[in-house]
Ligand binder design. Structure first.
Ligand code: NAD
Length: 244
């Protein structure tokens, strides 16, 4: 990896599109060098990385790494000697009755959405401890706060992310490392393409802001969290247009 020693460095998992892509853009705009990961969409991620390098003059490394595979994450960290910001964004949804879900499907959701936060954080923390500073932001969901019918595994994984965030924040506050989560409502990305236009319209009508959130708004909040006083830690910030 071609990483400049002195520039601040951020890692965003699942950054080939949607919210992760928008977070990468917000961080690039603030001058961060980036390590971006994806699972199966390397050409898309490489294109995004090249465009961010050209637009913002930063260094951006695109790597394939399944967030649910601890050995893939270890390989990325093997070549890192510093990291300032970690954004655990990679995530997948599953919609269906719990009784129709297989054990493999359950484990896939939990590993991708929750265990992935452990796999990256445990390797990022020693790098942040060296500097006595750092920021970990986990991308969660309102379903992690309140639970959703037909999305039990997803809700459980994001509820786990919320508790992971609060607990790790307590563990790392003495070391001046911030840990927060953004609990998203309905954000306009491919994750919601499984819903029909009519279903999306019904959803929109339930949202007091009368619109879906935009990925760029999540990127903006990530940047604001990074710039916030380190005393702000262990928080689950809900970004949902007043919905839940
Ligand atoms: P998306 O499907 O558009 O993008 C997901 C990204 O994660 C893609 O880049 C994909 O390649 C990557 N990814 C998926 N599995 C991966 C894996 N195993 N390893 C590495 N990368 C992987 O979805 P999105 O809406 O941008 O979602 C991003 C995050 O936001 C997720 O954690 C999701 O749960 C959360 N979220 C989204 C919404 C929403 O309405 N879109 C709401 C709440 C929370």
């Amino acid at each position: 990896m071609n990483i400049t020693k002195n520039a601040p460095l951020a890692m965003v998992t699942g950054a080939s599109r949607g919210i992760g892509r928008a977070i990468a853009e917000a961080l690039a705009g603030a001058g961060y060098d980036l390590i971006l990961t994806c699972c199966h969409t390397l050409p898309e991620l490489q294109e995004a990385a090249a465009s961010l390098e050209e637009k913002y003059g930063i260094t951006c490394t695109a790597v394939t790494a399944d967030a649910s595979d601890p050995s893939a994450i270890e390989k990325i960290f093997a070549s890192l000697d510093h990291l300032d910001v970690l954004v655990n964004n990679a995530g997948i949804s599953y919609i269906g009755l719990l009784t129709d879900m297989s054990v493999d499907e359950w484990q896939h959701i939990i590993n991708t959405n929750l265990s992935s936060c452990f796999y990256t954080s445990r390797l990022a923390i020693p790098l942040m401890l060296q500097k006595h500073s750092g920021c970990i932001i986990n991308i969660s969901s309102v379903w992690g706060n309140v639970g959703a019918s037909m999305e039990v595994a997803y809700s459980a994984s994001k509820g786990g992310v919320n508790s992971f965030t609060k607990a790790l924040a307590k563990e790392l506050a003495p070391s001046n490392i911030q840990v927060n989560a953004i609990s998203c409502g309905v954000i306009d990305t491919a994750m919601n393409h499984c819903f029909s236009p009519e279903e999306m319209d019904t959803l929109r009508k339930e949202i007091p802001a009368d619109r879906l959130g935009q990925p760029e708004e999540v990127g903006q909040l990530v940047l604001q969290l990074i710039q916030a006083p380190t005393y702000l830690t262990g928080q689950i910030l809900t970004l949902d247009g007043g919905w839940q």
